[in-house]
Structure formats: structure tokens, C-alpha cells
Unconditional design. Sequence first.
Lengths: 631, 514
Amino acid sequence: MEGNYYPLLKWILLAPLAGFAVNGLFGKKFLGEKAGGIIGALAIFIAFIFAALSFSDLLNLPAENRLLRDTLYSWISTGTFSVDAAFRFDPLSAVMALIITGVSFLIHVYSIGYMHGDAGYNRYFAYLNLFVFFMLTLVLADNPLVMFVGWEGVGLCSYLLIGFWYEDPEKATAGKKAFITNRVGDAGFLLGLMLLSALLAFNGVFSMDFATLEAKAPLLTSITVLGIGAPTLICLLLFFGATGKSAQFPLYVWLPDAMAGPTPVSALIHAATMVTAGVYMLARLHFLYELAPRALEVVMLTGCFTAFFAAVIALLQKDIKKVLAYSTVSQLGYMFMAAGAGAFSASVFHLATHAFFKALLFLGAGSVIHGMSGEQDMFKMGGLRKEMPYTFLLIGAGWLAIAGVPGLSGFYSKDLILEKVFEHGGHFVWGAGVLTAAMTAFYTTRLFVLTFLREKRGHGHAHESPLLMTLPMAALGVLALAGGFLLKDRLLAFLEPAAAHGVEANPEAARLMFISVAAGLSGIAAAFLLTLPKTAAALKRAVPQLHDLVYHKFYVDEIYGFLIIKPLRFISDKVLFQLVDAGLIDGVIVNGSASASYSAGKALAKAQNGRLDIYALVFAIGVALMLYWVI
Amino acid sequence: MEFLTNPLSLLILLSAASGLALLAVPPEKDGALKGLALAATLLIFFVSLKLYSGFDPAQTAMQFQLDKAWLPSFGINYLLGIDGISLLMIMLTTLLMPIAVLASFNYIKESRRGYYACLMFLEASMIGVFAALDLFAFYLFWEGMLIPMYFLIGIWGGPRRIYAALKFFIYTMAGSVLMLVAILWVVSAHHAATGAWTFSLPALYGGALTEQAQFWLFAAFALAFAVKVPLFPFHTWLPDAHVEAPTAGSVLLAGVLLKMGIYGYMRLAVPLFPVAALEFAPWLAGLGVFGIIYGSLVAWTQKDMKKMVAYSSVAHLGTVMLGIMAFEQSAVSGAVLQMVNHGLSTGALFLLVGVLYERRHTRMIEDYGGLAKVMPAFSAVFLVVTLSSIGMPGLNGFIGEVLVLFGSFRVYPWLAGAAVSGVILSAVYMLGMYQQVIFGPLRHTENKVLPDLSVREWLYLAPLLIFIVLIGVWPNPFLRRAMPAVNSYISLSRQQTAPAPAVVKIALGGEKTQ
């Protein structure tokens, strides 16, 4: 087996798992708040150290041989299906593991301050550690099935953390919605894997580790299923799974509701890590997608549409977290646009920068909410720059980074994506991407202006958050500002050592860059203008229907409810249960035949004299007759 | 003395003897009754561990065989023996029994003596069914199971217990009578062909029955077992029986008795009539898949927790049915494992509902809500069991589900594809119930003082939790023991026919060479 055996790998996973066990089992009673928080953060820090160690060992290997493996044991094994509990550490896993452990650690530290005094403090850290364990399982897995363990596991933790304040039915429902929507996607993912495994099995390939898949994937190209090439169908099914986990159209609806969870959770799970799992999966299986150009096209168009659509909705949201949620959906769309254009490394690059600035924005929003004692409506904020100076500065950094101001992280990754999309997707997709960039700049500026600038609209006094919260934000602030510049070439060369050399710069790159920067700056300018109360009201009056439509998020939730959930509920209850089960089978056939035999029995009651021997005789004769009749 | 030295026979006799011993205890001695029942079931469990450790996973032949002439003139023998499948089923039975006894301590208040004796007789006949290799003995144990279960529901059940018990009894009897006729036919056909009377299963396998005869015989067996599984549309006895049965009755009904139907297909119907089995297989698999969707959707509408779990069983057993009818290694071994999994997780679900029922005397979902606040440990256990039931990776249900889905997809791509919808639907109804019971505000004042799990409750839930995690993380010891039995099941079904995978390639549209 290729790759270097590297037993250290499992410790990246085991540290957060141990943290989960300690906080989960001993939690409130024995540890209390202080120890619980420290253990939770420490577990992630240890995982980060192990990830960094593995990373430095990986760097010491020659570029074409950078793969570390750790196979624990044979997990499931039957004659025709075998899966190992195995993990791998290659450049892609390394990047993901470092982002996950690094950002998680910062958010854990932040949470120590944010969750202070919460009744479920230890439970919170247990869930958060468990999440990191599953997320690392997802990115370190050496085969799609172990990856699926992480894939479903992060979904579970997301469910538990969205509904963390379970006493509020709305929050609990949001958690359930996230889980079920994700499961819809997972069903597609599973189907894709089933098809992949079956087709490989017919070719005598029974193991499913990524190296084998990559080697054997070309076998699939000659097979057609349902009139489509097998790789295309497999890739589309897997991508459907990605639309669930990574909140793309049509399954994005859970993510805005997921904001019901504690804000650090939104930062970690619903911005920086879990929602990028779909992007990671595509990058991991790039060899399969490269065999399926039509599937890639679907990926790109879905990403493009989602990016645009979500950005439109974000324009008018009032809740600070909802803006960021739709922004996340939109930014994930960018990543899929890149992947669809075949630029998987560019999508991972944007994944990284987005993890920095979006986690920062969410933590900043959390700081604002914390400082405002739970207020999330931006129209009740305003003028917070004096009361929360650090948060003001840090959100400012995140804002400029996402808006695509040249030199900051968002600029580099978004620009690279738009360039690749221009090459592979044509002008239309590129144009939509640029428009989305303008809208992104608009809604983030609007968020910034409404929250921090101008006069104060809310009541009461807001307070700045403690150092435990602002320091992690500062670390992310540095990354959001400088991360793009620092990582740009290094990351791409690390991910694709072969492709880094000899790529010709696009002659039009400078012109494209100029246009997208101009779009971003005009978005910023427009936001300053349109957030003035007078202009905003005038605009609302000019196009009231359009305003309503966007403000109500195009009524997508209502449409799903009307088209899918209601009919299904009706069929289940009225048709299947009441009509078929209780009515037809039980009512007519079972009880009907029972009452029929009861009336018949009444007529024959004379024969029923209670003598057991006669019954036995009749029974024997009956059996004999039946035998005689059939033979 | 072989009756006592053979571990299988010993298990059966021990169970029956403890049932008799219980009847000898004076009825007013509560402690003695409970103690004796618990001690007996634990002893039987430890004896069955010897079975597990002595079992040779590599061997294909039946193990721990006992062959004693019983009614020699008819060729009826007391013939016992197990393979990996029956081993797992017996282990499941002996594990669930002490749990069922422990769960009954407070629940059962009247005529305890008869109750615990019934449980022991039930255990004897359940082990008997899984150990019997003689058709006559099999039939006796099969029918013997009905009687204690009938009493468990009919005497110690809920308000509509008589209706439920009768429905259970008649439904099953109707199937069994057909089975009896079919058994007699098979034996006499064998006699006609060879001149010898025998009820021994291994001797009857591969008998030369005409295709038409096989068709009718398989149909008779299939019907008897379909009631037991239960397959749609023969399932309506199940919700009633579960709702009315006492907790322990539900645990054993779901945990063990439902497996009898599947076991019957694997041990009798398919290997005895392989030609007909292959003809019926797609239809039975289809009914299984239909059951997955139907059971899940109907479960979603239930207001009574026990009824919901009962319909979820229809869905789960549908998955198992799909697996065994695919005649593919992964699918069949996944189905076998899924039988164990369903016993563990559904058993645990019924126990948890029982925990609530003992406190509040209601099973209605709407009577709860917000329990996480007052019963955190209960809520955590309930969550793990719920996740096991919906096939969360890392827990047992996932392994069985994935093996069945991946394996059967190679044979019935459309059916397995449709079965994947169960992944979504199970989350819909299970998490729906979980949320309504555990999350939200504490709406009912009665619920504000509910005590969390007691030591006794922990004692009977913990073993199930351990296996739920263990099988999820490390299923191979179980799969490995089932493997030879799975292989011989598949090869018995393939007698006189072409191997199934040839069909698959056409169905999938692939044109690769063999």
C-alpha cells in the first residue's frame, strides 16, 4: 500500500473524542464551568499540535510523495464489501485539519467567555468537542464510508447545537429541520456511493479507499446507467449530498434557521467548517468529477445560482445573524462555482479565507449580541463604535475582507475564482459572480453601517466583550487581513505541486480583476447611500412587491411546506394510516372476516359442544382434507 | 445424559425447568419469585456465553449437534444444532431475557408467579426454535412460543388486551396451519421419493420437488412467516399486540419473535424450495421495501409512542427482508446483523417507553415534552437509542443498513434505491417524536417531578447501550461468525439456478464482461 505509515494520525482524532467523553460523562457534577471550558479548549489545542506535527512531517516529504496513512483495523468486512477504519493525511487533509483545529481552538476559547453562566455549559463543550472529532474524521478519512461517518456525525452535532437551548420549541425545530434536510442530501450521497461500489464490484474491485478509487475510476467511463455516463450520475448524486451539507440550492433552507444555535456554533459549524464539507468532498473526489464534465457543469451552475440568489436575500435581512447566514450560503456558492470550473484548489483557497473572515464576522456578531444582551435586530443597534471599539475594529476587518478590498484575504480568493470561472464557465456565469460580489459588498457594508455607525437607535448601554472573546477575534482578524496574501501561492503550490508550475497567467486577468474590484467598491458606496433612512424608505415605496418578495426570502420555505410536507403528511395520515391500515386491512379484512366467522359460528354453535376430542378430530380431518386436496 | 451435556439442549431444559420451579414457589413470596427469575435468566445467559466461546467461526457445518431418536417410526428426531445465524439469535434471546425480567419488577403487580413462569417457557421455546433442525421439533417450539406470549398479552396487558391477544393468536395460527400442511407435504414427498421417513432439515434440503409443488409449498411457508415478520399487509396485529403487551412482552416480541419470521425464511422456506424462492424473491424484497416506506410514513402519524415504535419495526424488518432476498453476501450478512440490531435498539426503545409509562401511566407523545430538563440521563440514553434506530454511523444500526443497501443494490438497484428513502423517513418520525417528548418547555405540571433513571433501570439499559456502540464500532466479530451460515444460505438458494449477479448487470445497464 502506498503512503507512509504514520501512527500519530489517530491522536488528532482521539484528543477531541476524549474531551467529549470527559465533559459528557463528568460534566456539570464533577468538573464545573471552569475546568470544563479549559478541558474542552485544551483537547482541541492538543489536536492542533498533532495536526501541526503531522503537517511538518508531511512537508519534509518530497512533493510527489506527500501521503501519511494510519489504518486502525478492519471495520466492516464481508466477502463482497470491506472497509477499514483508516485515515490519511495528504496536502488536502492537512489544510483542512489545520483550519479545523486552528479555528476551532480560537472559537473554543471565545466560547469560554461567551457561554459563561449558561446552565448547559459542560454539555456545550462536550458537543463542540464531539463536533470537532467528527469533522476531523470527515477530512482525514481514507475512504468514503469513514468519511460518511464524519459527514453524518457533524450533522448530528449541528442538530444538537442548533437546538442547544432546547426549551425553546422554535430552536429545537430548527435543529430538526437541519438534520432532516441534511438527511435528504445524505440519501443522495449514499445512493452515489452505492452505485459507485456496485459498479466497481462488478469489475472485481471490493475495496473503496481513495487511492483505489482514483486508480480504478477510469473503469467507470465506459459504463452507462439510465442513459447517462456512470461517472456523471455518481457525481451528481454525491453532489446532491453536498447541497445538503453545504447549504446549496435546493437544500440550503436549513442554514438560515440554524442561526438559532449559540453564535460561536454558527461561526464554527455553520460558517468555517461543517458547511464546507461538500466543497472538501468534491476536492477529495476531484478525479471522479474530472471524468464527468457534465456533472461539473451542474455544480458550477448550482453554485452560481445559489451565490446570486442568497446574496439577493441577504440584502434586506434585519437580523444580523441572518445576513451572515445568507452570506455564507452565497460564499459557499462561490466555492462550488470554482469546483465546477475544475479549479478545486481555488475552491479550497476560498474555503480557507472564508473560514477566517466569516468566523470573525460571526464572532463579532456574537460579541455585539452579547454586548446588547441578546438583541439581534440591526435596526435596534447603531452607533456601537464607541461602546464596543475592539469589536468595531475587528468586524471592520472582516467586512473589508469579505467585500473584496484589494490586498485582503477575500480579494485574493474571490478574484482567483472569478478568473477561473471566466476561463471555464463563460461570460454569463462570470457576470453573475461579479454581480454577486457587488451585492456581497453591499450587504456587509449595510451590516457594518447599521450596527456601528451613525446614531444610536437602541436603548440601554452596550458593553465591550471580555478579552477571552476579543483575543480570538483578533487572531482571526489578522488572518482575515493577511491570510490571503500569505497563503495565495503557497497554498496552491502545496495542494497541486504539479500544476503550480507552468500555468500561464491569463492575459485578461488584470482587466477581470479591475472589474470585480470596481463592483465591490460600488457595492460599498451604494450601501452607504441606501442605508440612509430616507433613501431606504423611498426605495421600499418604489418597488413594494419586490421588496416583500425578497424580504420573505422568496417564500421558499412556504413552497416546500405546501408542495412536499403537507401532501406527504396527508398521504401518511389520511390515506395510508386511516384508509389503508385502520380502514381497509384492519377494518374490512381482519375484523370483517372475524365478525363474519362470528356470525357463522353462531349458526354452527350447536356443533360446539366443548368436547376437546371432537375438536381434535375435526382439526385432523381438516388437515388431511387439505393435504388430499393439494396433493 | 446428552440432554444435559449438549449446551443447546441444556439451555432449553434450564429455561423450562426454571419455569416449573417458579410455579412451585408460593405466590406471596415476591422477592423469591423475582430473584429466582433473574437468577435463572442470568444463569442461562452465562451458559449461552459458553456457546459463543465454543463456536468455531470457520466451520460451515452445524455445531453443537444433538441427534436423539424421538418418534423413530416417523423419522422424528430431537435434532438440535446451530450455525452462526442461530448463534446470534440465541445470544440475543438470552441477553434480552434478564433485561425483560428486570424491567418487569415494578411493572407487574398481579400473579407474578405465572408471569415469570410464562417468560421462562417463552425463553425455552424461543431457543428451541433457533436450535431445532428437525421440522417436527421446530413446529412444536414454534407453536409453543404462541401460548406464553398469548398469556403475557392477554393477562398482563393493557385495557384492550383480549382483543390484541386474540388477534395476535389468530393471525399467527392462520399462518402456522398452512405451514403445518406444507411440512407434512414435504415430508411425505420425501418419503415417496426415497422410501424413508424423516423430518430432519439437512436431509430434506435439496429434495427433488417439482417446480409447481415448490411454488405452493413456498407460498404456504412464506405466508406463515410473512405474518411473523410482519410484512405488509399482514402487519396489523403488531401495533395492537405491542400497545397492549407489558413492557417485557413488547421487548421480546420485537426483539426476538419478529426475527422468527426472517429466520423461518432463511432456515426453511428458501433452502427447502430454492427454485420457488428465487421466483418469489423480487416480490418479497419489494414488499419489504414497500414496508420500509409504508411503515415509516404511518409511524410518523402515530400519537402513541408504542404504536410508533411498532410501525417503525415494520420498516426495519422491511430492510431485513430486502437483505435476505438479495442472496448477496453483504446484503444477507447485513440483514442478519440488522436482526440483532433491531432487537437491541427496538428492545431499548420499548424499555424507555416503559420507563416513562411506569412514571406517568401514559404512552401518548403529547403528554410529555421538555423531559431533558428533569430527566437528563434518560434523555441522553433515549438519544443514543434513537440514533441507533435511525442508522447513525458509529452505532450498530448503520452497519446493518449499509450492508443491506450496498449489497442489495447490486441485485435490485431500483428496490435498494427506493429503500434509501428510509434513511430520510426514519429521521423524520424518530426525531419528531424525540423532540416532542424531550425538548420544548415542560408543559405538564405532572412532569416537573419525574425522577431520572434508577439504578435498576440503568442496569437493564446499560448492556443494550454497550452493544449498540460495540457493534457500530467493531462489527466484525459478529459478521465473521455469521459468514459461513450466510454463504451456505446463499449456496442453498442457488441450487439448480444460475448465479444471481448475472441478472444484475443487465438491470444496471452495464455491459462489462464477467
